[in-house]
Design a protein around this ligand. Structure first.
Ligand SMILES: NC(=O)CC[C@H](N)C(=O)O
Length: 365
């Protein structure tokens, strides 16, 4: 069936429908990963967005049991150049088409994704719609321009109740703004006793759990859409070692007095070079973000820049000068992408270990 992808500037792409046959709106963003489409489309940080993969063949290794980053995908549409209908892989259990049908997500294939990506790079991120309607273009563009993008994504994707992934090691409160399973995997692999809490948890509720550390997860949308989280972080900052990832990094920065801004088209892919300033080392990182901490907003705060993106110089990591707290804009849990930054979880563990020792020492003195 014929399907259309329409952008807010009036551009129209004609392709073929796959997945669910449904009209859908969202912010159109591109991801440059060569593999990892299953992790991308199930990453809750893409909630409300229409994602296009720049790699031209998608679906060729199917969908498997193990690579989901959430219990369901939250994307609003999936745009590809060539959609493979006959996947081949020993882990394959479903086709991409079946997955999108199951979760009522429209896909569109046969799109010139290079042109689409260049447009987004030139104009910046745009609203778009996928439809099988045959209505005149002007009518569809008008209806697209009449829609407003959602701002309540975090409350849609965050857990509704507290749950735990037990372990015998450090107790970590994972504040779930739309956490990828990769973060849980990295913590449980290190034997952490993880308690996952909803995004609107209060500082007092966290204290009651008596954690050794707090991890602020990734998540969708604008960090300024979750002001209650900023308040909570401001209140609890300094009481426990804290590690922020992506949205968690942005919220930690806001709570520390810095500001965030929306980037032109963001960073999404598995090969973003990041320089770690204290060591001078460069890491290839997995990224997915539209917003960034504003460099000139750091003056007057106690935050120090620890990491920068080598492609455009934007801030990719900060640490608190006086408190046990640090954060990164990229994804040390990878999924998809390189594992090079996994050591950051070890740093978080070491921070919890030292804080625990200091506490015991203080008590016995
Ligand atoms: N992956 C994330 O946590 C993304 C953070 C935020 N939603 C952004 O787009 O910048």
């Amino acid at each position: 069936m014929r399907a259309r992808l329409i952008l807010e500037d009036g551009t129209e792409f004609i392709g073929t429908a796959f997945g669910a046959t449904k009209e859908s709106y969202g912010e159109v963003v591109f991801n440059t990963g060569l593999t990892g489409y299953q992790e991308v489309l199930s990453d809750p940080s893409y909630c409300g967005q229409i994602v296009t993969m720049t790699y031209p063949l998608i679906g060729n290794y199917g969908i498997n049991r193990d690579d989901f980053e959430a219990v369901r995908p939250y994307i609003h549409g999936f745009v590809v150049r060539e959609h493979c209908e006959a996947p081949s892989n020993w882990r394959n259990t479903n086709t991409l088409d079946e997955l999108l049908k199951t979760y009522d997500i429209p896909g569109i294939a046969g799109i010139d994704t290079r042109m689409l990506t260049r447009k987004i790079r030139y104009h910046g991120t745009m609203k778009g719609m996928i439809t099988t309607s045959e209505a005149p273009l002007a009518e569809l563009v008008a209806s697209l321009n009449g829609t407003t993008l959602m701002t309540d994504q975090v409350s849609r994707v965050s857990t509704k109740s507290v749950f735990s992934c037990p372990g015998t090691g450090h107790r970590v409160v994972l504040v779930d703004f739309g956490a990828k399973h990769g973060i849980l995997r990295e913590l449980t692999k290190r034997n952490c006793d993880v308690v996952v809490v909803p995004y609107n948890v209060t500082a007092e509720e966290i204290r009651r759990i008596q954690p050794d550390g707090i991890l602020l997860s990734n998540g969708p949308g604008d960090p300024k859409d979750v002001p209650q989280a900023v308040e909570m972080i401001r209140e609890i900052l300094g009481e426990y070692p804290l590690f922020g990832i992506c949205l968690g990094h942005q919220l930690f920065a806001l709570a520390s007095g810095a500001d965030t801004t929306k980037m032109k088209f963001g960073h999404r892919g598995g090969n973003h070079p990041v320089k770690e300033l204290p060591t001078g080392r460069t890491y290839i990182t997995s990224q997915n973000h539209s917003y960034a901490v504003k460099e000139d907003s750091l003056a007057g705060t106690e935050l120090e820049v620890t990491h920068i993106a080598l492609n455009d110089g934007t801030i990719e990591g900060v640490r608190h000068a006086a408190k046990n707290a640090f954060s990164v804009q990229y994804h040390p849990e990878a999924a998809p992408g390189p594992y090079d930054s996994g050591y950051l979880f070890d740093q978080f563990l070491a921070m919890m270990e030292t804080a625990k020792e200091e506490k015991t020492h203080a008590k016995t003195r």
